[in-house]
Design a protein around this ligand. Sequence first.
Ligand SMILES: *Cc1c(COP(=O)(O)O)cnc(C)c1O
Length: 388
Amino acid sequence: MALDNGVIYLDHSATTPTRPEVVARMLPYFGELFGNPSSIYTLGRKSLDAIDSAHEAVARALNCRPTEIVFTGGGSEADNLAIKGIAYAQRRRGDHIITTAIEHHAVLRTCERLEQEGYRVTYLPVDEYGRVTPEQVEAAITDQTALVTIMYANNEIGTIQPIAEIGRICRERRVPFHTDAVQAGGQIELDVAALQVDMLSLSAHKFYGPKGVGLLYVRQGTRVQPQTLGGSQERNRRAGTENVPGVVGAAYALELARSERERENARLQALRDQLIAGMLALPDVRLTGHPTERLPQHASFTVAGVEGESLLLNLDLVGIAASSGSACTTGDIEPSHVLSAMGIPASAARGALRLTLGHSVTEEDIATTLQRMGEILPRLRALSTQPA
Ligand SMILES: *Cc1c(COP(=O)(O)O)cnc(C)c1O
């Protein structure tokens, strides 16, 4: 079923609605359980207990220790903490960072800032599917390398990177390895021991938890310089009174996502494959990203001869919420850095379309979407070929 308001929501990579049972878990911490976790009396202790339980629940999901989890104010903050935190703590070891050309801006902008401060950053190129190879990473490591940061799954194209293989290389070479796993959170393997990562970022609003809550896994022994100073919360790694309801909601949402993962992935993947097959049957539509090594709920395309933005507006008019997958600021649309890194020309990237599925999406919604798409595309193309 579409959402209650009839909208077919196909933008789950942008955000997801907070599940009602997660909201219900959070509510008491806005109300009678409002105590400050740092306070000594019972009301404070109850909040601290809730924070401790959240650490334990996340640790079970990630196969790590509760003390290795740092809750943050979202995925962007977790990425910033990981990258700046390691770079500053490791400065004496080296000033070289390895990342890829297709990272989320929370990673790219942070690396650019460090470049301004004198660090050197290698932006690994990707292939036509948006993949890097473990060999590329290995070849880029020098004895000055302080950090490798490579995203688990890409938000625009859904491509999954070979994180465990890269992790093995980084561990052999004793280089700290961070992965932005924000898009992977609800969907794929998050066992940090199997992945051999030293740091991993997640964001609750990408797996049906609240917005403004994220977390960073920091492997024991990994030195990360705190980026927010003040109190001693989160074992001195992130100062500030904890977002108790948010942390409780994030942990519960992750628990639910992990327990439903297999069944829901199978359902979403089948729907996604129907959607992809239907879209590719329309003229001049191409899949972007890897055909198989991609998130189960993720479909992304370039649609020739249409402006992505007018396509999105026309879909909105018929009650379908979709995305171009690229960062468009009001008025001017920059070609996506991800698509250009994959060698897709700016002219084709203008017709970028991302359809990402989730809990509310049914087979009927996919059929409706394909039908609407079949109506809208010829109309937009006819318009765009008319002389001005
Ligand atoms: C959404 C997203 C982020 C940012 O997370 P916020 O919680 O919105 O700050 C970072 N990386 C990736 C890959 C994302 O998709």
